[in-house]
Design a protein around this ligand. Structure first.
Ligand code: GLC
Length: 420
């Protein structure tokens, strides 16, 4: 009898049933995606699910730095990360590399359709690649024009609706302020993902794009050249951006604007919360947000951003990871992210939520901007596509290439990836 007891106990211990050890999940979140706020969200989850412990691994500050690291981890089939917060541009690459545990097996067709229709269509679309559900949305994003309300008011100016206006206003304010630490128009120009958005904005505004719905390359050399020239002119011709724009990543502009050093910044939504709440912010209450300006004769275009939760196909805790991802992509969490991090909701109704609007009054007008925002190319070799574009703009801003030469290289580089 005694023997039998010990035997049964040994079996139970070996199967883990006695130890009742908590499942440990590791979640990867980029440094700019507010791991501090995510921690609070995960703490709430742990409280409701005492059998689960969730650790955060904090990744690099830019989307491309994060992906570089993740590519190494995933290519070596490392099981240490269970859930990953990925940029909206990544699902096609994850699908092609088979890095994601596709979510279809947890969601029969009808429940999948029901679930997806609750999100903004752009995100439901971005996460389904060749019919497979790769990830679920965390938060939406788009580029906006942030401006110094106090300075525009001082010079009797209304927020600009065209780039020509923005340039003139920046010139007026810089001339009037005579502050050597103040700059005019901030945009992304270093070799990082944000610079891809800079490159694409003038192309979209002029009615162009990189590829069409069938995936055919349609960008022309003239469109590429005009875009490169536009950003170069802000420095050299209009003198509203300083000569070192080739060094500026998105969060550099955010930090500098927070220190009071920009009149205008083309930034994504997270910047708002930092401007309003960071202890070191010099611009609390002094910032306004409007859609990006139009180009003369063109339309306003914004770059669609946003972040998604995917489960690593190498995770050893997929079922628990799925439960966590459902929570992280729920309306409840979307609301917390909106209030605590000014992350744009992926659920349309939250744009009217009084608590969300109290923290972010400008969200009242943000939904149409997100809905009209343009998606960067969806391509399994997206990192290479992006590299061609961001390197071209960076080289022009660093003055190592002319817009003409760089535009030729963009087309050649993209043709090599897309096939002629
Ligand atoms: C924001 C966007 C993301 C974009 C990045 C570029 O985080 O949400 O989609 O790639 O900015 O800096």
């Amino acid at each position: 009898m005694k023997k039998l007891f010990w035997l049964a106990l040994a079996v139970l211990v070996a199967s883990g049933a006695v130890a009742q050890q908590a499942t440990r999940l590791r979640v990867f979140i980029g440094g700019q995606q507010r791991p501090d706020v995510m921690r609070k969200i995960l703490d709430a989850y742990q409280q409701r699910n005492p059998g689960v412990r969730v650790e955060i691994e904090v990744g690099g500050a830019t989307s491309d730095q994060q992906q570089q690291y993740l590519t190494t981890v995933l290519a070596s089939r490392d099981p240490s990360i269970d859930v990953i917060l990925i940029d909206v541009i990544r699902p096609a690459q994850y699908a092609a590399a088979k890095w994601s545990d596709t979510l279809d097996k947890y969601l029969p067709a009808a429940s999948r359709a029901n679930l997806l229709k609750q999100y903004l269509p752009a995100y439901a679309k971005a996460n389904v690649i060749n019919g497979q559900l790769i990830a679920l949305p965390s938060f939406a994003d788009a580029q906006f024009l942030y401006y110094r309300k106090d300075l525009l008011e001082k010079y009797n100016l209304k927020p600009p609706t065209t780039w020509d206006e923005a340039i003139k206003q920046a010139q007026t304010i810089l001339a009037g302020e005579r502050n050597p630490n103040l700059n005019g128009i901030g945009f992304m120009g270093n070799i990082s993902e944000g610079t891809v958005c800079s490159f694409l904005l003038p192309i979209w505004a002029a009615g162009g794009d990189v590829d069409d719905d069938s995936g055919k390359l349609i960008l022309t050399e003239a469109q590429a050249r005009n875009s490169l020239q536009f950003w170069l002119d802000l420095m050299d011709k209009h003198k509203v951006s300083p000569p070192n724009m080739a060094e500026k990543a998105q969060d550099t502009i955010r930090q500098e604007m927070q220190a009071g050093r920009w009149v205008f910044g083309t930034l994504f939504a997270y910047a708002w919360n930092r401007f309003q709440n960071d202890a070191d912010s010099q611009v609390k209450g002094k910032i306004g947000v409007v859609p990006l300006p139009r180009f003369e004769g063109g339309r306003s275009a914004s770059c669609l951003g946003g972040w998604q939760w995917t489960i690593s196909d190498f995770s050893k805790n997929k079922a628990q990871a799925y439960k966590l991802v459902r929570y992280l992509s729920s309306p409840e969490v979307s609301k917390v992210l909106a209030i605590e991090a000014s992350n744009l909701p992926v659920f349309p109704s939250l744009y009217k939520d009084p608590d969300v609007l109290k923290a972010n009054p400008w969200f009242a007008d943000a939904l149409p901007v997100v809905q009209a925002a343009r998606a960067r190319p969806v391509h399994p070799r997206y990192p290479e596509v992006a590299d061609v574009m961001r390197k071209a703009l960076n080289a022009v801003l660093a003055r190592t290439k002319t817009p003409e030469a760089a535009a030729k290289e963009v087309i050649g580089g993209l043709q090599a990836i897309y096939g002629k």
